[in-house]
Ligand binder design. Structure first.
Ligand code: ADP
Ligand code: MG
Length: 247
């Protein structure tokens, strides 16, 4: 069953001569429990697709649905119980004056989750952060630890889908693999559906089963990880992307 379905999506910013067509006629679907990687150069429209799904852009046409429910203009609280997003820069996405405890309890309370105290401890354990991190502020955490907190916050609503926008690219190379492995384990344990944006084919190859390649707002090719490894891409643009990366 397809968990995320996008059909003929167009997204634009501005009007008249200032108009930018960031996404043009994009169609993709991700089955329940699958992981789709959206790759392509900077500016190709990857983040805009995730932002459109999350209800963060105003001008779009086409159809989007999650778990069979068609998305309209606005996202309900129930939507965020199903779909959560993890951003590139955990420092920017965490409030500097909120402790880890406050970040997690706020999200849990907003969504009416019971047993807040126990859940916070469980969430910290889920992302391999111990109790001693619970009352720290973001500036008292490393980049990797901050991203673990952002992942814990995303898991707090027990979502079915995670939208991941370059979740490791702001981190030191030595930390990237740790976070990727964590995301991989979490997906398996909870049979989550991932839609992950990256400009790095190696990252996508590690975490995703399917890959969609974007170029100038369009999805130009779809391939699975085996095709990526055997370098059987059809499209010239994809071949270039593969030869520029280390997969
Ligand atoms: P990617 O994530 O692949 O790097 P984006 O989806 O961020 O690309 O951007 C796609 C295009 O849309 C780019 O040309 C970008 O400049 C433009 N764009 C993105 N967000 C906005 C915005 N809020 N206002 C105007 N243009 C935007
Ligand atoms: Mg982006």
């Amino acid at each position: 069953m397809s968990m995320v379905e996008i059909t003929d999506l167009n997204v634009w910013f501005g009007t008249g001569r200032d108009r930018v067509d960031a996404v043009r006629g994009a169609t993709l679907s991700v089955d329940q429990g699958q992981s789709l990687g959206l790759v392509g150069e900077s500016g190709s429209g990857k983040s805009t697709i995730l932002r459109a799904l999350s209800g963060l852009v105003s001008d779009w046409s086409g159809r989007m649905s999650v778990n069979g429910a068609e998305l309209g203009r606005h996202r309900s609280r129930e939507f965020y119980q199903t779909v959560q997003m993890v951003f590139q820069d955990p420092y920017a996405s965490l409030h500097p004056r909120q402790t880890v405890d406050q970040v997690l309890s706020e999200t849990l309370q907003l969504h009416g989750m019971p047993d807040v105290d126990r859940r916070i401890e469980d969430l910290l354990a889920n992302v391999d952060l111990g109790h001693r991190f619970r009352f720290r502020y973001p500036h008292q955490l490393s980049g990797g630890q901050r991203q673990r907190v952002a992942i814990a916050r995303a898991l707090a609503t027990e979502p079915d889908v995670l939208l991941l926008d370059e979740p490791t690219s702001a981190l030191d190379v030595s930390i990237q693999a740790e976070i990727l492995n964590l995301l991989k384990d979490i997906r398996t344990e909870r049979s989550l559906t991932y839609l992950m944006v990256s400009h790095d084919l190696a990252v996508v190859g590690h975490l995703c089963d399917q890959i969609a390649v974007m170029n100038s707002g369009e999805i130009v090719e779809r391939l699975n990880v085996d095709q990526l490894r055997s370098r059987t891409a059809e499209h010239e643009y994809t071949r270039q992307l593969i030869s520029n990366s280390h997969v």
